[in-house]
Write a protein that binds this ligand. Sequence first.
Ligand SMILES: Nc1ncnc2c1ncn2[C@@H]1O[C@H](COP(=O)(O)OP(=O)(O)O)[C@@H](O)[C@H]1O
Ligand SMILES: [Mg+2]
Length: 297
Amino acid sequence: MASKEPEPAPPQAAQADVLVDPLEHVAEGEPIIRVRGLVNRFGKQVVHDGLDLEVQRGEIIGVVGGSGTGKSVLMRSILGLRTPDAGEIEVLGIDARTTDADQRRQIERNTGVLFQDGALFSSLTVGENVQVPLKEYHRDISDSLRYELALLKIKLAGLPADALNKLPSQLSGGMRKRAGLARALALDPPLLFLDEPTAGLDPIGAAAFDVLIRTLQQALGLTVFLITHDLDTLYAICDRIAVLADKKVLICAPMAQVETFEHAWVQEYFHGPRARAARDARDAQPLRDASQHTQDN
Ligand SMILES: Nc1ncnc2c1ncn2[C@@H]1O[C@H](COP(=O)(O)OP(=O)(O)O)[C@@H](O)[C@H]1O
Ligand SMILES: [Mg+2]
């Protein structure tokens, strides 16, 4: 995640970070993200008006809603990249609006983010991109160890080792998403944010990415905040779905409950032909216990 700190922390502070339990402020059974009464406005446009949401530790929460309903703004607010007009947000037990440098660092250090546009540095190789957060937070590790760590993350994201030395422009769309994921996972964050990760991928590439997310979430014990309007993704890998409409989270529940929710947008979205196809696909080949691992384009 981009940092706008005025001056770099000394190496000792960076090293101490490693020893801090990222979940130390989150009590057992407490949500890992808590949003209450969130209000976001741009001029006269009200995007969120009293939005509430809780994300439990270890779940994949699918955040869905029409275009412009404020999914990305919600994510930016949770990450503390945007200061809301009102409301309370806690992430990892820390106030997202904190101006305390150590607490900000705790949030940044423990959240991996794949932004909607991928946001890789185009002039850096994939390996260098993955090393950016490592350089920032592990200043004292050797170049060779940092290289090895970057390689590990690249393989974890399902990329071949030779992707390390390629520029983002030399990769396919699916591989670029995986490179962004490798960078998001660079610091082993317990909390991962993905904004429309399968948008623009073909259905096979998108399905492979879904399997990857589920596999990593299970293997690494991640909590995943996943913005998507890919119905296949929602059906295949999400534990609960949060529906954004009317400036709020209308419902946040497992799919079976969301499908029966009485609301025009929900009914249209979850009962159209594309939803039927996604349901059939899930029933034919459930991914929830991702036991396979596929390479994509
Ligand atoms: N920086 C900004 N300035 C003005 N308006 C914005 C800004 N960011 C988002 N918006 C508006 O807020 C609404 C929600 O945006 P966004 O969260 O990006 O929607 P989406 O649900 O598609 O991700 C949109 O109408 C968008 O135009
Ligand atoms: Mg968006």
